[in-house]
Design a protein around this ligand. Structure first.
Ligand SMILES: [Mn+2]
Length: 340
């Protein structure tokens, strides 16, 4: 049994390493019939064509696509999706926060059979259902995107629970922006709404005495704001969100700096695989006692030196009966980073 896990590809985002991700998928396709062997510090690993690929959230960028335009997501999806469907393995898609808007597919897409007989299944929160995870070799593994460990995201979760449905304002604004009228005319609408406000102020006496004019002006103002404000939020939200994002944190930082609340953790699996923070890394509390956490990293941006550690882009996890490996895709080749 072997698994490949990728997360945080952010297809459609300006920063997505689209070409690298596609060439990586081609490499995975080529594994069929020709496993690749790697030498590690203590032994070797043979990477075989996986039996399952797990897409661990934020595969699509629906909050902040390039130019705010979701057409860019559709465009960048075509090649990866066709490569993925060609893979001779089952595909599991676990939702992240940036692609949570498609979580309703969880109920609609249920072990769909693709043309080559493989299955595609969508999971809203984590995979598998059981908190004990699923057994690969002599350990159990549990997969989730990881925004659940993120304090800045927890307000969304709390409001969603209260409402009984997903509350995702960034998705709402981006959805409103992605209507053809707003995409084409949001600047004009914004300017006209400002002009209308000024006109309203200058003619306030006239409007105050005429309900018909007031109602008409209010209706027009509402329409103009509705078709311009979503663009302003969509184009400005990255700056607001980046301030609070625990991006670039290592697995150790996430687990030690109180983003993660141990007492609330009901996962009983031996290994938790997650993404979200874009820093391929691992963490284990007191050896032998606590769960092992492995972060799958991302496919956006460049390698970067952060607090004396290198955060590599274009990383993935390979799991087989012998253990889990953090690997990176660089210059058309796979290079090992960590093994557990
Ligand atoms: Mn995320």
């Amino acid at each position: 049994m072997s698994y490949i896990v990728v997360s945080d590809v952010h297809l459609g985002s300006k920063l997505c390493n689209f070409d690298e991700f596609c060439s990586f998928l081609e490499w995975v396709l080529d594994l069929k019939g020709s496993p690749k062997k790697f030498h590690l510090k203590d032994g070797a690993v043979e990477i075989r064509s996986p039996e399952r690929i797990i897409l661990l959230g934020d595969i699509l960028e629906l909050w902040d696509p390039e130019d705010g335009d979701r057409d860019n997501v559709v465009k960048q999806c075509l090649r990866p999706l066709s490569l993925l469907s060609d893979l001779g393995c089952d595909k599991v898609y676990v939702m992240g926060n940036h692609d949570n808007a498609v979580s309703s597919y969880d109920e609609k897409i249920d072990y769909e059979t693709l043309r080559n007989g493989t299955k595609l299944d969508i999971w809203n929160r984590h995979y598998p259902e059981e908190m004990g995870g699923m057994r690969i070799g002599d350990r159990s593994y549990y997969f989730l995107h990881g925004h659940q460990f993120d304090k800045a995201q927890s307000i969304l979760t709390k409001v969603s629970k209260f409402l009984g449905e997903t509350w995702d304002p960034l998705d709402w604004f981006n959805s409103q922006y992605n209507t053809s009228f707003t995409k084409n005319y949001w600047i004009l609408s914004g300017v006209l709404s400002a002009a209308l406000l000024i006109g309203w102020y200058l003619n306030r006496d006239l409007l105050a005495s005429n309900f018909g004019y007031t109602a008409l002006a209010a209706l027009l103002f509402g329409f103009l704001i509705y078709s311009s404000l979503p663009a302003v939020v969509t184009k400005g939200q990255r700056r607001i969100y980046d301030i609070k994002k625990p991006k670039d944190k290592t697995a150790r930082q996430i687990l030690e700096e109180k983003f993660y609340q141990e007492q609330k953790d009901t996962i009983t699996a031996d290994v938790v695989v997650f993404g979200h923070t874009h820093f391929a890394s691992s963490y284990q509390g007191e050896a032998g006692k606590k769960k092992l956490f492995i972060n799958s990293g991302s496919w956006v941006g460049e390698d970067e030196e952060i607090d004396g550690k290198t955060r590599y882009s274009n990383t993935f996890i390979y799991i087989d009966a012998a253990g889990a490996h953090i690997l990176r895709w660089k210059g058309g080749q796979v290079k090992p980073l960590e093994s557990h």
